[in-house]
Write a protein that binds this ligand. Structure first.
Ligand SMILES: CC(C)(COP(=O)(O)OP(=O)(O)OC[C@H]1O[C@@H](n2cnc3c(N)ncnc32)[C@H](O)[C@@H]1OP(=O)(O)O)[C@@H](O)C(=O)NCCC(=O)NCCS
Length: 169
């Protein structure tokens, strides 16, 4: 398994759509996934998409966006092919995303997921994220969103000269 930094819309858009369909996401989220990635890909300074590949096939992906105003980064999507779950792929993708956030000088990372996504919630808890708040009907009527957050501990200066942070485990 390799993780590459470069999202190539022409190469990855369709495999990402298929992966989201395989996972069983509703059509509107399957459609939104690649659109979000295209938008993030256009802002390389503050966003990054990491692609996990196995045998040249898409194994998973993560997208992260850093916001300068509050120095927090948001995971904008994370998925791993169901045939490859529980092999540590998401853990590696999140690690890469957190490293990107730290390099930008982020104070921490947060992520929203449906309250019903037990698998995703267990994963984020295992990755050291703490449940923060639940927002009613965040996704749609009757589907609340839950936000998980991990703040970093202050450490050295980053590449931009901002204070850098290391993860609180
Ligand atoms: C959530 C998801 C990304 C996890 O990917 P993964 O590559 O299987 O995760 P990892 O193998 O790195 O799991 C690391 C740890 O998280 C926890 N975890 C992951 N999946 C879990 C599950 N289904 N049930 C309970 N714990 C789970 C475990 O502690 C696991 O360690 P272990 O396997 O040694 O017990 C994957 O299930 C997925 O793509 N789900 C659909 C999309 C989604 O929910 N995305 C995240 C929310 S937006």
């Amino acid at each position: 398994m390799v993780i590459i930094e470069r999202y190539a819309a022409e190469k990855h858009r369709e495999p990402i759509r298929r992966l989201l369909e395989k996972i069983g996401w509703a059509a509107q989220y399957v459609d939104a996934g690649p659109l979000t990635l295209d938008t993030l890909d256009a802002q390389p300074l503050n966003a990054r998409i990491y692609i996990a590949e196995q045998d040249d096939e898409l194994a998973g992906w993560i997208a992260i966006e850093f916001r300068n105003w509050n120095r927090l980064a948001q995971i904008q999507g994370l998925a791993v092919d169901p045939s490859l779950h529980r092999q540590g792929i998401a853990t590696q993708l999140v690690r890469q995303a957190e490293q990107f956030a730290q390099e930008r000088g982020a104070r921490g990372v947060y992520v929203d997921t449906p309250v019903s996504n037990q698998r995703g919630r267990k994963f984020y808890e295992a990755a050291g994220y703490k449940q923060d708040y639940v927002m009613t009907a965040y996704y749609e009527e009757g589907l609340d969103g839950v936000t998980y957050v991990k703040f970093f501990q202050n450490s050295t200066k980053n590449q931009l000269g901002n204070p850098g942070y290391t993860c609180i485990e």
